[in-house]
Write a protein that binds this ligand. Sequence first.
Ligand code: FMN
Length: 180
Amino acid sequence: MEVQTCILTRRSHRKFTAEPVSREEVEKLVSLAAYAPSWKNSQISRYLAITDAQVKKEISERFCPPGTNNAFIISTCPVLIAQTFVKDRSGFERDGSYTTDRGAGWQYYDCGIAAQTFCLAAHDMGLSTVIMGVFDRRGLQAYLEIPEEQELMALIALGRPAGEPAAPKRKGTDELLTWR
Ligand SMILES: Cc1cc2nc3c(=O)[nH]c(=O)nc-3n(C[C@H](O)[C@H](O)[C@H](O)COP(=O)(O)O)c2cc1C
């Protein structure tokens, strides 16, 4: 798919068909997301792929507000990706001090770029995604036994599109862009 088409036609999908996503497809996506730029090429983003229906049901019931979109998405998506990152690398010097006044904020920046790269690659492969930030992060981090040196960042539901969501309106460049 042409890059501009991929950017323009990617949507957040909240309904998926029951068709599974293969391990090879998930591996391909992670290998493509690895090409996202990162602070000093620190490549801190990690991906935990969850396909076990019982685990997804439990995550949906225990870590999302009941009756919400996210509870539905998590219990019905073929693959739930828990995106984590290795702490204290992006934005940091080797001695552990912050490089800039952004402090640890560059970790989140790197994860965002990696997540969007993952989602665009998925769209290019005919798969669909939605990034989710609303869940009990601390509770889920403990439940998933995320290693101490990592932090849970976001969830990405992955599957095959069931329908074509409408594109939410975008701001125009007149509002987004200024020149000096
Ligand atoms: C950091 C982040 C967190 C998000 N969290 C959620 C979420 O918890 N649940 C959800 O349904 N969508 C979530 N979204 C998806 C946005 O609602 C969506 O990207 C936005 O409405 C634009 O729609 P589009 O992705 O189809 O262009 C999130 C997106 C981002 C980037």
